[in-house]
Design a protein around this ligand. Sequence first.
Ligand code: FEC
Length: 318
Amino acid sequence: MGQKIGVLVMSYGTPQSMEQVEAYYTHIRRGNAPSPEQLKDLLSRYEAIVGGVFPLRENTDKQVAALQETLKTEGEARGVQFVCYQGLKHAHPFIEDGVAQMQQDGITEAVGIVLAPHYSIMSVGGYIKRAQEAADRAGIKMKFVKSYHLHPSLIEALARNVTAKLNQFEEAGALRSNVRVLFSAHSLPERILKMGDPYQDQLLETSRAVAAKVGLNEGGWQFTWQSAGRTAEPWLGPDILDTLRSLSLEQVEDVLVAPVGFVSDHLEVLYDLDIEAKAIAKELDMRLERIDMLNTDPLYMKALSDSIMNEWEKDDRQ
Ligand code: FEC
């Protein structure tokens, strides 16, 4: 097999035990330890989620393995070998560890991609900055996929998952046209808008494309934020909990949430939506369901692998 090309697959990262939560939280807060109340609150959220305490760890492993498999065929067709390395934002192996491993394995060219489809300077931009700095130190030539929020396979997978849940509403006796679809994503501080950040626009583009593919009419869907940080500055809204309260006033009884900003099962989905939002929905006498997450969906793997190929084959002079 010909030259080895590194693929740095970057993801958020999660602790691997309750004892590691404090260090993890401190890392997210750029070295500032959380208060005892903040730590207690986060520990209780991890305790509350079902299906394994830290499911993101295993899900990221599975996604990277599935992507490696998908890239095998692409490499064979091009006479090169794509080798995946994990680089996590807030846990081991950190982004810098992934780059160091590539250097140790003699990799000189690599492509980086984040397991999050939408670009923001505060999210994907942060991953890329750290990877680029580490690659410069290691003498590795790196290119990056910045976003892939409109890749046809991603839209197809999300639309299929929305349709599957709408069918379930119908089977349970609801009128399909009465179900409100809420597309959601992690909120960020409002100041990103003044920075001309593309995050919000890209999320709306994904939502619009999925809505069109599913055949939702204009009033059948809307976008809302979730999981905002608890800091003093304003975060993008409306938050999903407020959106549910407004929908209740509009007499909406059936809601399907599609967290298009996330790609796997983890705390922000399993707690913020499945426990917290569902509890509010119950109080409001609403039925709230969530679409399945993509995890290792072959269509998602295709979206990642196509985006990596496109970036790798881009002419450097462009
Ligand atoms: O399952 C897990 O263990 C981890 C789930 C998880 C994912 C995730 C994704 C994103 N975040 C984004 C932005 C922020 C900003 C802050 C922030 C804080 C937290 C905390 C936890 C957490 N995030 Fe996260 N995020 C996940 C988990 N996130 C836990 C800390 C406690 C809390 O606030 O709930 C605020 C930082 C600060 O205080 O300065 C900003 C964005 C994404 C989606 C893109 C991506 O995956 O990178 C954006 C998964």
